[in-house]
Design a protein around this ligand. Sequence first.
Ligand code: ZN
Length: 151
Amino acid sequence: MNDSLRSLYQEVIFDHNRNPRNFGELERCNRHADGYNPLCGDQLKVYLVVDDDDVIEEIRFKGRGCAISTASASIMTETLKGKSVAEAERYFASFHAMVTDSDAPDDAIEDLDKLEVLSGVKSYPSRVKCATLAWHTVRAAIHGDKAATTE
Ligand code: ZN
């Protein structure tokens, strides 16, 4: 990654951290879960409205954590809003492969778009947990689990 790309990515992360999208509680949610990353102390709660066709109609989050965990949650909500639960699973697997620098699954999503800004965390194993916390939490919510942890 070259320097100008890296600083662009950092700017996007700072912006999402300062001004997180889809932040706050969602009263009429039908799925929710708590996420906790004990390594860093990041805590968040994810709220979803999943409709009868398994489409994520609404998604919000709240909580407090480091810049990476907050920015990742913010970008995740923008990515997953309007997607089906099956697509959300594919995004999770593709994103997870990107930040852990492991092989992408066969049905990986090629263009991760905004999620690319978090690709730099793969050089920092402890930061990977910050970046994936929101995703573990949204998966827990989708599967009906009440809590997720990165441990
Ligand atoms: Zn963190």
